[in-house]
Design a protein around this ligand. Structure first.
Ligand SMILES: Cc1cc2nc3c(=O)[nH]c(=O)nc-3n(C[C@H](O)[C@H](O)[C@H](O)COP(=O)(O)O)c2cc1C
Length: 319
């Protein structure tokens, strides 16, 4: 059992939140993380109402939260009402302006967790009503920006006295969790660590690619967003494993945009077939640390156990 401002705020035994990963963090995975003592978050992603209803139901009565991609939520704000009706444990917003949504979340009495990529945005998030701020470094899987986790987290901690800060980006085992706590974070938000969890909605092909993947071979770029027709604003790019698609199109974005229709059709076929030479395997640099498909409870348990052991061992370093 670990005790931080985050575990106390949400009544947890593990200072770990499941990242609300689009297409990966469904109700079963979120519930499993919550049952293991962490905070499970369903990934509302780009907003599919039927999907969200199904996954909220799949979480049963586990106390899970819901995450949204803020610029996408702005196009279908009713999804926030749907989530709030289910009395979520938290609403988690990333990648965009909180201002249109924060008052409604506050009126519902639900804690707002905001994921940011800079100290300026961390301060703005608290001004707009975030109860918890996630400082996300560029090592992260999925979308993110430029700053690295190691210097960003303590800078955000210093800038936000009294607000719990969680670290995200590159944390996939107990050593990383201990490091996040050493930086002053009250816990970690982990995505990559759970992509290959048994309960994850990722395909079998993606899980296999994750287990075999190396942090030496991830890349950040825009090619997958262009081919998927997702209009991501700057400065956000997506970190994935490198594959034939990123090697061919990463350096040729204008050409990809010109031939988008043809490439999009081919991309959809590859995705449906589980062909990870073309389809995106969305993970971060910490993918080296994911070596098996395991139940989420085991991942949370091992992470907290090793973090506790690491913290005890570090005491021996001081003479
Ligand atoms: C497969 C995948 C999908 C993701 N999708 C989302 C998303 O829909 N919304 C979001 O806020 N963050 C998303 N993220 C980013 C996470 O919120 C988080 O910042 C990241 O996973 C932390 O870094 P890590 O992957 O090294 O643990 C995603 C990450 C991954 C790996």
């Amino acid at each position: 059992m670990m005790d931080t401002a985050f575990t106390r705020r949400f009544d947890l035994t593990a200072p770990v939140a499941l990242a609300p990963m689009a297409g990966v963090s469904g109700g079963a995975l979120a519930a499993a993380v919550t049952h293991a003592g962490g905070l499970g978050l369903i990934g509302g992603g780009y907003g599919d109402r039927a999907w969200l209803e199904r996954e909220l139901a799949a979480a049963g009565n586990a106390a899970v939260g819901v995450g949204f991609i803020t610029w996408s939520l702005a196009k279908q704000a009713a999804l926030l009402d749907l989530a709030l009706e289910r009395k979520p444990r938290a609403i988690f917003l990333s990648f965009g302006d909180l201002a249109p949504f924060a008052p409604k979340v506050a009126r519902a009495g639900v804690p707002l967790i905001a994921q940011v990529q800079s100290v300026v945005d961390a301060r703005a998030a608290v001004d707009q009503g975030a109860a918890v701020v996630v400082a996300q470094g560029s090592e992260a899987g999925g979308h993110g920006a430029a700053r690295a986790t190691l210097p960003l987290v303590p800078a955000a901690v210093d800038a936000l006295p009294g607000t719990p800060v969680l670290a995200a980006g590159g944390i996939a085992d107990g050593r990383g969790l201990a490091a996040a706590l050493a930086l002053g974070a009250a816990g970690a938000v982990c995505g990559t660590a759970f992509v290959a969890a048994e309960e994850s909605l990722a395909s079998a092909a993606v899980k296999q690619a994750v287990v075999a993947g190396s942090g030496d071979a991830t890349t950040r770029g825009r090619a997958f967003d262009i081919v998927r027709g997702l209009d991501w604003p700057t400065p956000f790019t997506i970190r994935t494993l490198e594959n034939d698609f990123t090697r061919r199109w990463g350096p040729a974005l204008e050409e990809l945009a010109r031939f988008r229709d043809v490439q999009a059709a081919a991309y959809r076929v590859a995705q449906a077939a589980g062909d990870t030479r073309t389809a995106a395997v969305i993970v971060g640099e910490a993918v080296d640390l994911v070596r098996e498909i395991a139940p989420a409870a085991e991942i949370v348990g091992r992470m907290t156990r090793i973090a506790e052991g690491t913290i005890r061992q570090l005491r021996d370093v001081v003479r």
